[in-house]
Design a protein around this ligand. Structure first.
Ligand code: SAH
Length: 505
């Protein structure tokens, strides 16, 4: 046995379990020895080797496809194979079909033995035949007759992730696989492929172990960030230059404007989640749910920079100065904004200042409040006849009053759906101005407070009735006003509810 302690960090070249779990294989005094591993996970190279499958079912077909994908030379024994197996053989996969029952001698020279047996006795016989030849066996759904199990897999070859619950709950394994799939950046397969092809040239350079490790750490940073694009032809050279640069590495700071959605944390995009998990600092708005902040890296610094209407709050210039300062320090900053960053979020001012300061920026969209509200209400914002146009409007000018320069005729258009942001406080004057511009007072109008949050409230009415109803319920959370013919569904629902209330009374 080689003593791993005497080896340098390049042990990760050979054994990923060492790279991932341990730096030393020898149990130090006092460290408990690992026990209780349900089964031994190994990644088995079957390229060009004989794998025998007994049985012609659909389940056997899936195993044949999987094993040939790993490059094995597969032989399937089945008296009456399913059509798929014949198709697999015909399409030139390395699968040979032998149309007769399996016999124990077929296992000679095989490295793995797989079978689909209905009867327990048959499964035992197959297992015994494999054992007699020293060939590990798996009988589908018969753990007692199997030496090994297949896990649920995530295939981003050369990166392969396998999950086993030791038969406890294959469905749990599948669900976990889904989560892992969603977590992986889209380009991870290409990055893993690049790592494979760069390993030899990197080794040939005979760098000091410390520099080689730095190379792979930088590699990880690029491969695992949300914005990960496929590695280009110059990536190897640029990573090498960065890894071997003299002195401490000057980290490059960046600012990502990220939409956090309207409230429900499940509405966060996968990209937003990955950026949060890679951030050093998160600057967040008032409207961002605490659950979303909890999804970020635990070690990240989280700074509230809320701009609260009508309350003391951070000045926009101070926020911009803070962003520039953090990026200059080399921090990866996520600027988390409620809804979508490009809708009533002053993103253009922030981006212009950051670009002028030469800071790398990116923007990740989020679900804007209007779309969250439409989803909650299950009301389409557009419709072929009743709503050909959709407009998002802010009813909050610099001075907190209703802006004067709104296109009132457009807002009174009976064939448009209008969603009004920051409009709860100016609702009365808005409705008055609309009436003066010829809007029909019976036009359906809704107020949605805290759309998509557990305490969401909807106030249903018309242009004529909404202001009084809203005043009576005095909402305190963020509110949208929705005006237009398509919101009539809500009005009917309210009428039904009022009718029901009367009946109960
Ligand atoms: N960028 C955000 C909007 C920021 S302006 C977006 O795309 O949604 C802030 C205003 O958005 C609030 O005053 C309110 O009008 C609206 N808003 C944000 N979240 C909301 C929610 N969950 N429910 C209702 N309105 C919301």
């Amino acid at each position: 046995m080689r003593n791993r302690r005497s080896k340098d960090v390049s042990s990760e070249d050979y054994d990923e379990s060492v790279a991932m779990n341990r730096t030393s294989a020898a149990p130090e005094p006092g460290r408990p020895i690992m026990t209780g591993l349900a089964s031994l996970p190994v990644f088995f190279n079957v390229r060009g080797r004989r794998v025998v499958i007994a049985g012609g079912s659909e389940a056997a077909l899936w195993k044949a496809e999987l094993v040939q994908a790993a490059g094995a030379s597969v032989v399937v024994f089945a008296a009456a194979p399913c059509d798929g197996l014949a198709e697999l053989e015909r399409r030139g996969a390395s699968v040979a079909l032998v149309r007769r029952r399996f016999e124990p001698g077929d296992l000679d020279g095989a490295v793995l033995a797989l079978a689909d047996c209905d009867i327990a006795e048959e499964a035992e016989q197959f297992h015994a035949a494999a054992r007699a030849r020293g060939v590990p066996a798996n009988v589908i759904d018969k753990p007692a007759a199997s030496d090994f199990q297949f896990g649920a897999i995530v295939d981003r070859s050369p990166l392969v992730i396998a999950i086993s619950t030791d038969g406890a709950s294959p469905i749990l394994g599948q669900a976990l696989r889904g989560r892992i799939e969603a977590m992986l950046p889209a380009a991870i397969r290409l990055w893993a492929g690049a790592a494979k092809s760069w390993r030899a040239p990197l080794k040939a350079l005979e760098l000091a172990p410390k520099l080689r490790r730095r190379f792979w750490e930088l590699f990880n940073e690029r491969a695992l960030t949300a914005s990960a694009v496929p590695p280009g032809p110059d990536e190897f050279k640029s990573l090498l230059a960065e890894a071997t640069a003299e002195g401490p590495r000057a980290a490059k700071g960046s600012i990502a404007l990220v939409g956090a959605g309207p409230g429900d944390p499940e509405l966060l995009t996968l990209k937003a989640l990955r950026l949060l998990q890679a951030a050093d600092v998160v600057l967040y708005d008032d409207l961002v749910a605490p659950e979303i902040l909890d999804m970020g890296r635990r070690e990240a610094t989280k700074i509230p920079v809320g701009k609260r209407g009508y309350r003391p709050s951070c000045k926009q210039d101070d926020i911009i100065d803070l962003m520039i300062k953090l990026a200059a320090e080399g921090k990866r900053v996520v600027r988390l904004k409620g809804g979508d960053p490009m809708i009533f979020g002053r993103a253009s001012e922030e981006l212009a200042a950051l670009h002028a300061a030469g800071i790398a920026t990116s923007v990740t969209p989020g679900v804007t409040a209007a779309l969250g509200a439409a989803a909650s209400l299950q009301l389409s914002l557009t419709e072929r006849v009743r709503a050909r146009r959709l407009q998002f409007i802010t009813a909050h000018a610099h001075d907190g009053r209703l802006p004067e320069d709104i296109d009132w005729r457009a807002l009174a258009d009976p064939c448009a759906s209008s969603v009004i942001y920051m409009g709860a406080r100016t609702l009365n004057s808005l409705v008055e101005r609309l009436a003066a511009h010829g809007a029909d007072p019976s036009t359906p109008a809704l107020l949605v407070e805290r759309a998509t949050c557990p305490d969401e409230r909807v106030i249903r009415g018309t242009l004529a009735s909404l202001p009084a109803k809203a005043a009576a319920l005095s909402p305190s959370g963020p509110c949208l006003i929705l005006i237009g013919a398509v919101f009539a569904g809500g009005v009917e629902a309210e009428q039904i509810r009022e009718a029901a209330d009367i009946a109960i009374a």
